[in-house]
Each structure stands twice: as C-alpha cells, then as structure tokens.
Design a binder for this molecule. Structure first.
Ligand code: BTN
Length: 259
C-alpha cells in the first residue's frame, strides 16, 4: 500500500488517527484494545494480512496480502443510537456497498444484514462487535473485509455462499485506498440517517432477494423459509411465511440463503 497516499487520503476524510499493520491477528482485536486506550472516534486499524481474522457466526475470515482489504473502524454510539445498536450493522453494509458500487460496473446489493454482493456473489462482509464494561457500552468496532483480487476469494468448496472480488467486475484495477476513503465517507452519511425513514428506503432499495423466496438458517438444524419482504424500523428482517403473518427476525446468528 502506498503509505503517503494512504496518509493523505485518510486525512482528507478526517480520520483522526490510524494504525497500519503489514500483518496482524485480527484488526477487530487491535481496535477493541485501542478502545481501552482511548482511541478517538473514527480511528482506523488497517492490515494487509490477518492470521486470525474472524467473520460472523464464529467463522474464519481469510485476508490475503495484496488482494484484500481488512479494516476496523472505531465508533462511540450516543445514547439515542445505543437504543438501536443493530442499525450500525445495516448502515455499515449499505456504506460498503455504496463504496464498492463506485468501482464496479455490475449490480451491487446488500444481503441482510450486511454482506455485500456483486452479481449475487459475496465480495465483502462486516463484523460489528460491541465492547462492554458491565452494562456500559465502551465502544463499537465495525470490522470490514473486502475481496479486491481473485487471490482473495477462497476456493468454492470452502464457501457457504458463492464469492467474487471487485477485479472481476471492473475495467480497472481496484483502488484500495480510494475504496477505504469511500467506505468511511459513506458510513458517516449512513450513520446520520440510519434512524430515519430515508435510510429504510435506501437500504430496502439495495436489498438482495427482495420479494424472492429465502431460507433463514437459525441453527444448523433449524431453518425458516418464506418470501423476503424488507426490514422494519429496528432493522429486523421481515419475512412472509406460508401460514403466519409477517415475521420479524432480529440481527443475530441468522444466515440468509436464496431458496
Ligand atoms: C463476515 O462476512 O462474516 C464478516 C467478515 C468480517 C471480516 C473483517 S476483516 C477486518 C475485521 N477483522 C476481523 O477479524 N474481521 C473483520
């Protein structure tokens, strides 16, 4: 990564401080530790490679040097935002999809709650982790992993959902630094509106599988299927099942698949 360009660009988008590693266990762990050391809001941890990257639902997340982005953003939700903490997950997913959209020519969508798909293949994921001291929220870490080049995409047999990378859908080589800056600017914008109707509208417009049949897998043995109807004001997924009225599913360890 071009360190001078990184420094200038992060300055332009008003990142107050950042820590850049060539290799680290997990940028989320470094960000969590930095919160205890008074990291400023929108401080960033970036790494070229992670040896212990993690994804949602306890899965592993591989970051390939030179072919991926791994970053974690530190936030301090205010009292109102803390009432709907789950919305940060959705806002981050929308922010990353908007940033990716500016670099590819194919259709970019958000798979609830926060996976980013290009042409229905996963290209980025978000892991939001809250840091608590007893019942007090100390901070929130938004961890983002993006596949830029083919080398970042794990082999098909290791995947639960088909995956891709930006390079396959772009006329140009993906620009990691510009993408990071776009993620930050978009996250600020999405955060501002995330508790308002406008966010609901924008998120729903970008939602993959809307109006289509989906399966929500709650555990390895338990799943529910129905038609995806959108999200409610809390960011919960709304699904129409055969016999029941509309059901709302909170953001948790639920994974969504097309039927
Ligand atoms: C998912 O789709 O399961 C979420 C993947 C999140 C991966 C990112 S990479 C940067 C940050 N550090 C981690 O250990 N995980 C997140």
């Amino acid at each position: 990564m071009d360190r001078d360009k990184l420094h200038r660009t992060l300055n332009d988008v008003r990142v107050p401080d950042y820590r850049y590693y060539q290799e680290i266990g997990s940028t989320n762990d470094a960000a969590i530790n930095w919160i205890s050391d008074n990291a400023p809001e929108y401080a960033l941890v970036l790494a070229d490679a992670q040896t212990d990257g993690r994804g949602r639902n306890g899965r592993r997340w591989v970051t390939t040097k030179g072919a991926s982005i791994a970053l974690s953003i530190i936030l301090y939700p205010n009292a109102d935002e803390q009432l709907q903490l789950g919305l940060f997950s959705l806002a981050s997913g929308l922010a990353v999809s908007r940033a990716i959209e500016s670099q590819v020519k194919s259709k970019v969508e958000t798979k609830w709650p926060n996976d980013v798909l290009i042409d229905r293949h996963k290209t980025a994921g978000v892991l939001a982790e809250a840091v608590w001291q007893d019942t007090r929220l100390k901070g929130l870490v938004i961890g983002i992993g993006v596949n830029l080049l083919k080398e970042a995409v794990p082999p098909a047999e290791e995947l639960l959902f088909p995956a891709t990378c930006l390079a396959v859908h772009s006329h140009h080589a993906p620009d990691a630094i510009t993408l990071i800056a776009a993620i930050i600017s978009n996250l600020k914008r999405c955060r501002e509106i995330m508790r308002h109707k406008e966010f609901h509208k924008q998120y729903t417009q970008k939602m993959a599988f809307l109006g289509e049949g989906i399966v929500l897998r709650e555990t390895d043995t338990q799943s529910v299927s129905g038609i995806l109807k959108g999200i409610d004001a809390e960011g919960r997924l709304l699904m129409q099942t055969d016999n029941d009225p509309l059901q709302a599913f909170p953001i948790g360890d639920i994974s969504l698949r097309p039927q």
